[in-house]
Design a protein around this ligand. Structure first.
Ligand SMILES: Cc1cc2nc3c(=O)[nH]c(=O)nc-3n(C[C@H](O)[C@H](O)[C@H](O)COP(=O)(O)O)c2cc1C
Length: 189
């Protein structure tokens, strides 16, 4: 069983990264294999809405998303982690999420070839914002949760934290415990 972590901040070792690591530690403690992908280190272009994938199930853009797509299909659960940038997810995370188009047909149903592996896929989310009000990250939650609900995946929930400077999150014991618990939940059938 693999739990995949998708790290959406360009700040490696930053707050989203630290929380995602704790989530993956929780998943590992529950017996899962874990892998973290730092999307800022990958080449992921924005979706061009060419719609070729709607019929082929293959993205026309040849970049690192192809290998990530394979890992998404194989993962038992996926935990995403993103800071808030201007009341939204980072551009890196958005480029990644938009490329999920490859999994769908023209009616936003799973491609038949992907349905068996994507149906019920367990999806969790970690957000970090500089604002003391963690609800500042609600637009990110809305994007991921709506995607999960529209496509009948399985929503594991969120950890929403507040932190500013790199490393600030280590002072937030509660967020660290919640991230660990999210990882455990992700790996628990
Ligand atoms: C370009 C940019 C835009 C940001 N916009 C917001 C924002 O709209 N609201 C907010 O609360 N924090 C905002 N922040 C602060 C980050 O969310 C915060 O510093 C967070 O801890 C960064 O997480 P990281 O360490 O995982 O990169 C912004 C930071 C940057 C660099």
């Amino acid at each position: 069983m693999k739990v995949l972590g998708i790290m959406g901040s360009p700040r490696i070792g930053g707050n989203s990264d630290v929380l995602l690591s704790h989530a993956l530690t929780g998943a590992k403690a529950t017996g899962a294999d874990v892998e973290k992908i730092i999307i800022d280190r990958k080449h992921i272009a924005g979706c061009k809405d060419c719609k070729k994938c709607n019929t082929t199930g293959v993205c026309a853009i040849k970049d690192d998303m192809a290998e990530i797509q394979t890992k998404i299909l194989e993962a038992y659960a996926i935990i995403h982690s993103s800071p808030v940038y201007f009341w939204a997810m980072t551009s890196q995370m958005k480029a990644y999420l938009d490329r999920w188009c490859v999994f769908f047909d023209a009616e936003w149903r799973w491609q038949k070839i992907y349905y068996p592996k994507m149906r019920g896929k367990r999806i969790g989310l970690i957000t970090v914002c500089g604002d003391s009000n963690v609800k500042t990250a609600d637009p990110i939650v809305h994007s991921f949760q709506s995607t999960v609900e529209m496509t009948k995946m399985h929503w594991l929930g969120t950890v929403m934290a507040s932190a500013n400077d790199i490393g600030d999150i280590v002072k937030n014991e509660s967020a660290i415990q919640q991230a660990y618990a999210l990882g455990k939940k992700a790996a628990t059938p």
